[in-house]
Ligand binder design. Sequence first.
Ligand SMILES: [Zn+2]
Length: 450
Amino acid sequence: MLRIIIVFALIVAIAMAAVWLSEYPGDVRLNWGGYVVETSIVVVGAMTLVFAVLVALAYRFWIWLKHGPGRIGAIFSARRRDKGLEAISNGMVAIAAGDADEARRQAIAAEKHLSGEPMTLLLAAQAAELNEDNRAASIYYDRMMARQDTEFLGLRGLINRAIKEGDLEKARDLARRADELRPGTSWVVKELYELALKLRDWEAAEQALTRMARGKAAKGDAVRRARAVITYEQALAAVRNQRDADALSLAEQAHDLDPTFVPAAVLAVKLTADQGSSRKLHKLIGETWKHAPHRDLAEAIRKTVSGEQPADWLRRAKETVAPHNPDHVETHLMLAKAALASRDWGPAREHLMKAGGDHPSASILRMLAELEEKANADAFAAREWIVKSAVAPQDPLWICNACGRQEENWHAHCPACDSFDSFTWRTADRGPHNPDLIEAEIVREISAGS
Ligand SMILES: [Zn+2]
């Protein structure tokens, strides 16, 4: 509005000046270097005006030229940025969809338009991973490591690469660096824990576990169980290094952490028999049998008295062990075996029947065959039990929950798949051959259909 008024006032002023000049006509005479120019004052006024306008326009043009290239550059760089962002976005979609070729194409486009940006590097590394180009992936992760804003991300990529390549020591060094960079990040602590387990570095595993338990990464019974296993492995290491007192103390700790953990109970009983008092051993045997009755524990308890006669072991098992868990299958099995060894046929048969229940396992049937042969010299009855044992349910074993590997002895790491603490004492699934399972499946199908 103000501008219009000013322009209007200017036009009025020029018009008034023109009228005034025409009312008072005059001449201008210019004499310069032999040239003489004569004209009216109105023409001089008009020319001055035209000259002023030309100067103003020239000044504007000069300003435009001065700032022009920057402005043009800005337009171009914005366009490049848009193209780069579009390539990154398309590339991420391709990665999520598992389209390796498209991911690589978009990574190249992003590199062309937005070279060196964090997202460009990440896309390039991920595309290289998808294309299984390990070398290129490592190069991009290295470049990410060199930048402060992507160092952590680059470390994560390199840690995963090192693990995939089986270089656990390198992975651990990188994880430690990541831990220094951002202390306590939960995936880093978890990685440190898992790497320590894989490297059988029990002290480091314990430290990482403690840190995990403080955060939200792991809690409760699982932590106690993991700590029990780790402490048990430390006890075994102490046994190997002949640090007997440490070994006993660690075995007791492991047993206290998880009283149902059979290997710790077995080791605690063995070491207490070697080093501890008999009162302590007596108490420990009762306590372990209550929480972790098992074939291996029965054997360890039997061996706490060396040179014991079968009949003495049977009496001891019946009087000092069995009462702590009288109805358990393992209690009946322990007593049956002890009775068989001491040729006490009546109790042997009774406990075998109780241990077997409606579906006696193969080993129980074999023991019944042995009983018939030794007690009654009844070869025919013995053969019948043997025939039955061929189709009987399998005996429990330590079975890996991750890969199904079956082992006679418990291991902290599965020898086949290296899973940690994956063994449980159970019978292997017999699949469709097990009539109970087929029946259960049929019932489930019928009830689902109705
Ligand atoms: Zn396994």
